[in-house]
Design a protein around this ligand. Structure first.
Ligand code: TYM
Length: 328
């Protein structure tokens, strides 16, 4: 059995990094795997969220999955909080995860900032919940962007810790799938920083909901450099390299091919073509998202039905886990 689990936090609008680093790969993989694509709202509340905004982001994320090409009849698109097994397995696994492992997580250090004492326990324990998400369904493969690599390594370590503690081979170690060219899409304002929802500048990222003019404006304002030609050099030309990678990923071409085509172009021509390519790719997704979001009853029903499917798998596995632990 080959089963995929992956998820995105419903916090604000999804951006090009989420799309190219995760969703675009999911669409390709769904033919060959049984897939669960989760809207990880329990993860979202590890930092404060406005309830109304969260509710709306959950639907937005579901709409983005479907509009991007995830087939809701084939894959299970669901909301994490609707399946209580995530929280439960999170607790069971937290009882055998050493603090030392969590102390190494770089994302916690970045998100907690200087004042770690004020960070919530949930933010610290977040990677354990992520391990639970994956292991609850015995997912064999986990397609994510590069920034999640450390969390996936921890999920494998936690699976191993469970097996050792209970003298079993119950959990198989899930395989990370960090696929495609755009595994780490960078900020449009700073080619050494990851494109992220939390960046204060709207101009650092392209949202799936951005209209054509906004996309064009953001690409025009994207940081560039003074070198001649558009060439790939991560060290010396991080911004040009990022834009080339985005172009290649959006067009489905090899990066070298795009680089050859623009080796003697200037930024103004390249940016115009990049904006055109992005608009051609994203406009149909945006209009499908808008259409889906008008039908909230459809989205809510779909999420509720899919949660039942996920819950059935989760409950059956938790029963076995309870036996191994000695609860029954
Ligand atoms: P999140 O919501 O931060 O991001 C969702 C997905 O988008 C990818 N991603 C990127 N890829 C390339 N370039 C970027 N700039 C970029 N920014 C984000 C992420 O790698 C991710 O694949 N902890 C996870 C969600 C999660 C999860 C899971 C994932 C919870 N449980 C179980 C897999 C399996 C997160 O916060 O992703």
């Amino acid at each position: 059995m080959k089963r995929i689990f992956s998820g995105i936090q419903p916090t604000g609008n999804l951006h090009l990094g989420n799309y190219l680093g995760a969703i675009q790969n999911w669409v390709k993989l769904q033919k060959d795997y049984e897939c669960l694509f989760c809207i990880v709202d329990l993860h979202a509340i590890t930092v404060p969220q406005d309830p109304a905004a969260l509710r709306s982001s959950i639907r937005q994320t579901a709409a983005a999955y479907i509009a991007s090409g995830i087939d809701p009849k084939q894959s299970i698109i669901f909301q994490q909080s609707a399946v209580s097994g995530h929280s439960e397995l999170g607790w069971l696994l937290s009882c055998l995860t050493p603090l030392g492992w969590l102390n190494r997580m770089t994302q916690f250090k970045e998100k907690a900032g200087k004042d770690k004492e004020k960070a919530a326990l949930g933010l610290y324990a977040y990677p354990v919940l992520m391990a639970a998400d994956i292991l609850l369904y015995h997912a064999t493969h986990v397609p994510v962007g590069e920034d999640q690599k450390q969390h996936l390594e921890l999920a494998r370590d936690i699976a191993g810790a469970f097996n050792r503690q209970y003298n079993t081979e119950y959990f198989k170690l899930p395989e990370p799938q960090i696929l495609g060219q755009a595994t780490r899409v960078m900020s449009l304002r700073n080619g050494t920083k990851k494109m992220s929802k939390s960046d204060a500048s709207e101009f650092s990222r392209i949202h799936l909901s951005d209209d054509d003019d906004v996309i064009r404006g953001k690409i025009q304002k994207a940081k560039s450099d003074m070198e001649a030609g558009i060439t790939y050099d991560l060290e010396k030309r991080p911004e040009a390299s990022n834009l080339l990678t985005i172009m290649a990923a959006v067009q489905g071409k090899a990066r070298g091919e795009v680089e050859a085509a623009y080796a003697s172009s200037n930024f103004s021509q390249f940016k115009k073509d990049l904006a055109d390519a992005l608009i051609a790719h994203l406009a149909p997704i945006r209009s499908e998202m808008t259409r889906l979001l008008k039908d909230t009853a459809y989205l809510d029903k779909l999420l509720a039905e899919n949660a039942l499917k996920a819950d059935a798998i989760a409950k059956a596995n938790l029963k076995e886990i309870h036996k191994l632990i000695g609860f029954c």
